[in-house]
Design a binder for this molecule. Structure first.
Ligand SMILES: Cc1cc2nc3c(=O)[nH]c(=O)nc-3n(C[C@H](O)[C@H](O)[C@H](O)COP(=O)(O)OP(=O)(O)OC[C@H]3O[C@@H](n4cnc5c(N)ncnc54)[C@H](O)[C@@H]3O)c2cc1C
Length: 289
């Protein structure tokens, strides 16, 4: 199918892009187009106008050290760039794990981290991985700039707290302390499919191998990515041995409320959370060590 007719704008600056979003009712930002154009072709979305932000002079594709002990990732950074970035591989392998598992190479060449977050598909890989990193989302709109904490960014399935005339410009990821490791593992039927279950883990090892901090995130099991708080509570302050990790993984599905669909039943997903939480925690721990 072909999309319905729409107007196309390629503004020269973000300021102009924001103005266009404001003036044109039912206009949408176009980034990599890997979700939006697919939906338009299926006629599941029919925006009257697209505002292409890839051609503005404000370059939004970068990975750089920030001022507040964080890493700044521009919203237009592609999945492929994330996967190949040396700094991401070293400091946040959870993001290279997630980026490398998205769709196929063509999609990774064009799809962006900002587009994936704004699209807010609960089964998407980067939003789940980011949920374990507690980043902030910097947005720009008619009223100026604001920063949204991760806990307030994802609101519902395909819904974020970004307003219609706001643009996500940057994701700010706080650095983790020394002896931290992170990992993302995706369970899908075939390579490149969306996750049936996605699990992210960040572990910080303290003195004598005790768990100083841990965060576990889950995707495809609720309307937004969620944290497995019960598993985190179980591990914090305990020795990071096989028994404690296995027990934490057993508890990882307590906050999940997965749907049943053609890819797997609710019970199958609840069971898989336990399996993949254990694997993600073990991989994150081995990287921390
Ligand atoms: C066949 C196929 C397989 C896929 N498989 C996977 C997969 O396995 N895992 C996975 O996670 N994803 C998968 N995807 C989705 C892919 O990751 C997309 O790249 C991503 O979801 C959207 O990024 P984009 O840059 O292409 O955004 P676009 O498609 O351009 O935009 C998506 C939405 O976000 C909004 N938007 C984009 N950027 C901004 C911004 N900076 N500020 C405000 N709003 C913005 C747009 O208006 C639109 O509503 C797949 C897609 C396809 C077509």
């Amino acid at each position: 199918m072909t999309p319905k007719k729409f107007a196309y704008f390629a503004p020269a600056s973000l300021k102009e892009a924001i103005q266009l979003l404001r003036e044109n009712e039912d206009a949408k930002v176009l980034a990599g187009g890997q979700s939006l154009i697919a939906l338009m072709k299926l006629r599941l979305a029919a925006p009257a106008a697209l505002v292409d932000i890839t051609k503005t002079g404000d370059l939004l594709s970068y990975i750089r050290e920030g001022k507040n002990d964080n890493l700044e990732v521009g919203a237009l950074t592609t999945h492929d760039t994330l996967e190949r970035s040396k700094i991401i591989n070293k400091k946040f392998p959870i993001l290279s794990d997630a980026a490398s598992k998205i769709g196929d190479q063509q999609i990774r060449n064009r799809g962006t981290i900002g587009g994936s977050c704004c699209h807010a598909d609960p089964a998407a890989d980067l939003p789940t991985a980011l949920t374990a990193l507690e980043p902030e989302f910097a947005v720009r709109g008619v009223k100026g700039k604001r920063v949204i904490p991760q806990s307030e960014f994802f609101v519902d399935t395909f819904t974020t707290s970004i307003a219609k005339d706001e643009i996500l410009t940057e994701i700010r990821i706080p650095h983790t302390p020394p002896k931290s490791g992170s990992a993302y593992i995706k369970h899908s039927r075939r390579e490149g499919d969306f996750a049936i279950v996605g699990v992210g883990a960040v572990v910080t090892v303290g003195p004598k191998g005790v768990c100083r901090d841990v965060r576990v995130s889950l995707g495809a099991v609720a309307p937004t990515p969620i944290r497995a708080k019960s598993a985190e509570r179980h591990l914090k302050g305990k020795t990071l041995d096989e028994g404690n990790i296995a027990e934490a993984a057993e508890r990882a599905n307590e906050e999940a409320d997965p749907p049943s669909d053609m890819h797997g039943s609710r019970q199958y997903r609840l069971d898989m959370i336990r399996v993949f939480a254990r694997r993600a925690l073990n991989l994150a721990l081995s990287r921390a060590r």
